[in-house]
Ligand binder design. Sequence first.
Ligand SMILES: C[S@@+](CC[C@H](N)C(=O)[O-])C[C@H]1O[C@@H](n2cnc3c(N)ncnc32)[C@H](O)[C@@H]1O
Length: 279
Amino acid sequence: MIALNLSKPFLKWAGGKTGLLPQIIPHIPAKIMGTYYEPFLGGGAMFFRLQPERAVLSDSNAELINAYVQVRDACDRLIQRLHGHQHLHSQAYYYQVRGQSLQLLTDIERAARFIYLNKTCFNGLHRENKSGQFNVPIGSSKTPWSVDKEGIKAASLALQDAEIVCRNFKDFPKHDLKDQDFVYLDPPYQSVSKTSDFTSYTRDGFTGGDQVSLRQLFGFLDSQGVPVALSNSDHSFVREMYDQWAIHSISARRNINSKSDGRGCVGEVLVTANCREEK
Ligand SMILES: C[S@@+](CC[C@H](N)C(=O)[O-])C[C@H]1O[C@@H](n2cnc3c(N)ncnc32)[C@H](O)[C@@H]1O
């Protein structure tokens, strides 16, 4: 029997929040009485930490969402497939799997491919070219990759009652939410400099217009009394957009750029409404 609190992200996700949770959690509701919503799921660090009873998890990345569904529903078969990748792993094999045509694969095969590439690629990046093809090179890790069987099983258990949906945040069901719910928004960040630009999780990227639409969603949820928190970079554009709400400074160490001058400590912010804040 696996204890629920052992579960953690089963993916290595650029922009993942695990390291920042101790700074974020004191600002969000102490207890979620309703449903937890995470519309930019990625590695789902917040979900795995909170382990809410009811959760709706979504992301616009269809391969990511398929991986979550397979972890939830077909964990053992998925682990078996992953062992197959582990056995064959090499540089040549990585590029062979990366070049596979998704249309020819079953859902389980796609999920195993996605997790294998995520674990062995450079820095857990997910970047796509203009045709939607995953194009991150192999990572340089000296430690051989092995399947984290117990980790995947624990994640599967934590996900059992979660609703998992592939959806653009623009289709978020904002009218259905109540004031006992909680929404955590962790979008691709507004870039702080040319070297730290990383907005290409999907082929369409995340534009300034998307940041404005997200601000509208945040404002709507606040107007309905729904507790909501949003992470973003500490950028004047972000601070101006959210200046009517409580903005908490979060210090972060990011490691998602290939250029060394894009690494190190950069500021982030957490904007909250209807949580525990005093403006
Ligand atoms: C910063 S990451 C989230 C990281 C996550 N909180 C974690 O702890 O790993 C942003 C996520 O937003 C997703 N995304 C990008 N554009 C989106 C959109 N328009 N709608 C929904 N999700 C989107 C990406 O696929 C990516 O998984």
